[in-house]
Design a protein around this ligand. Structure first.
Ligand SMILES: NC(=O)c1ccc[n+]([C@@H]2O[C@H](COP(=O)([O-])OP(=O)(O)OC[C@H]3O[C@@H](n4cnc5c(N)ncnc54)[C@H](OP(=O)(O)O)[C@@H]3O)[C@@H](O)[C@H]2O)c1
Length: 361
């Protein structure tokens, strides 16, 4: 058997589609590992599974479910052997290898910024715009949005449909795991060093100034506008996913010393007055959303409490006293799951359910 490959019997009932052959590029990373865990826990069926990473990891053996797989370097992988390839290995890797994968006939689900605004590439949050997966995209790519955009648009969709969104102002509180395993390690090491005293020796590579006992109002690079690229992504991606090209969303993105789960304080001004009880009912009825203050107004979610959850958590729902058309809420979502691996897998599940993978070019 070829290294990195295990072939499973297609045990489906008569008439069921043949499970796709799958590659995970970035399999050794935080998003890739979470994706493999979710594939097992959600029973995602695949005909073959190939684990791909850099040459640094080639030959490593990883266990998925009960089986062992040998990691293959992306340079040595033949993408014609798979029907779908999940990419979460960084933008530069996607820019170089996604075209190779699509040329070889694989449909790519990409977790990076590389193709999100490409007009031939749908940008999909299945709870919002799954209909875009009915047809195989012209580019051969489905893009997974930014990790803070996904939970936001899942809530804004329902609000827009009921009251119309005039504008939204968002502050994010983003966890260290947004930069993968090495981001979390740096938070832990810098925190240990900070506890030893101000002169303790620690050299940061990801977070400057240090994230230990600090907050940093800068994620990704600065643009000429003074906004950061992360803030710009939240605007343009929300517009594309919701199909609202003039949507007014403005954001301040902040890195906080939390290991995992992004939080957001969201202010929304609507076209019409909003009733709090109806708003809470509407949010609670959205798919895979839990409103913590549905019964007790003092209940709220926090990252440490809802870590590793597959739903979007909401609390602090407040209609403003000076403007009955506006409200605030607080949301927390696991960025590795909701913001990356789970959304990508749910795209894969929808593609299988809709038979979209069967029209391989
Ligand atoms: N973390 C999040 O919350 C989040 C959310 C949304 C999107 N994303 C995106 O997902 C991607 C991965 O993030 P992560 O958090 O999983 O990072 P990570 O933990 O640092 O993992 C990076 C993965 O990419 C692989 N890789 C790096 N350079 C490579 C190369 N030249 N060729 C092939 N593979 C290479 C690594 O393989 P080696 O082990 O061999 O180095 C590893 O598997 C990034 O593009 C990120 O923007 C992340």
């Amino acid at each position: 058997m070829t290294p990195g490959t295990t072939t499973l019997e297609a045990t489906g009932t008569a008439g069921a589609t043949v499970p796709p052959r799958v590659a995970i590029v970035g399999a050794t990373g935080a998003v890739g590992s979470t994706l493999m865990e979710l594939m097992e826990s959600r029973g995602f069926r695949y005909g073959e599974l190939h684990l791909v990473a850099s040459s640094r990891s080639a030959g490593r053996v990883l266990t998925v479910g009960e089986r062992e797989y040998t990691v293959v370097a992306v340079e040595d992988f033949d993408f014609s052997r798979v029907d779908v390839a999940f990419f979460s290995a960084g933008t530069a890797v996607s820019e170089k290898w996604v075209p190779v994968a699509t040329e070889a006939g694989a449909l790519v689900i990409d977790n990076t910024i590389a193709f999100r605004m490409d007009p031939d590439t749908p940008l999909v949050v299945p709870q919002v715009n799954a209909h875009e997966l009915d047809r195989r995209p012209a580019s051969g790519i489905v893009a997974n949005p930014n990790c803070s955009t996904i939970p936001l648009v899942r809530l804004l969709r329902g609000v827009e449909d009921r009251w119309g969104v005039r504008n939204a102002v968002v502050s994010t509180y983003q966890a260290a795991s947004g930069l993968g395993y090495s981001g979390v390690e740096e938070l832990q090491e810098s925190s240990r060093a900070a506890l030893q005293g101000p002169d303790a020796d620690f050299e940061a590579t990801h977070f400057r100034p240090t994230l230990a006992f600090n907050v940093i109002p800068k994620i990704d690079r600065f643009l000429d506008s003074g906004f950061t690229l992360e803030e710009e992504k939240m605007l343009r991606e929300s517009r594309k996913i919701l199909g609202l090209p003039h949507l007014d969303v403005t954001t301040t993105c902040v890195r906080v010393p939390v290991a995992n789960c992004h939080s957001e304080a969201v202010y929304v001004e609507c076209q019409e007055p909003v009733d709090r009880a109806e708003l809470v009912r509407l949010l609670a009825a959205l798919p895979e959303v839990r409103v913590h203050d549905e019964e007790t107004i003092s209940a709220f979610p926090t990252p440490a409490v809802v870590d590793s959850s597959d739903i979007v958590h909401v609390g602090r729902v407040r209609v403003t006293q000076n403007n009955p058309r506006a409200f605030w809420l607080w949301l927390v979502a696991d960025n590795l799951r909701i913001g990356a691996a789970l959304n990508a897998l749910q795209i894969g599940e929808e593609l299988v359910a809709r038979g979209t993978l069967e029209g391989r070019p």
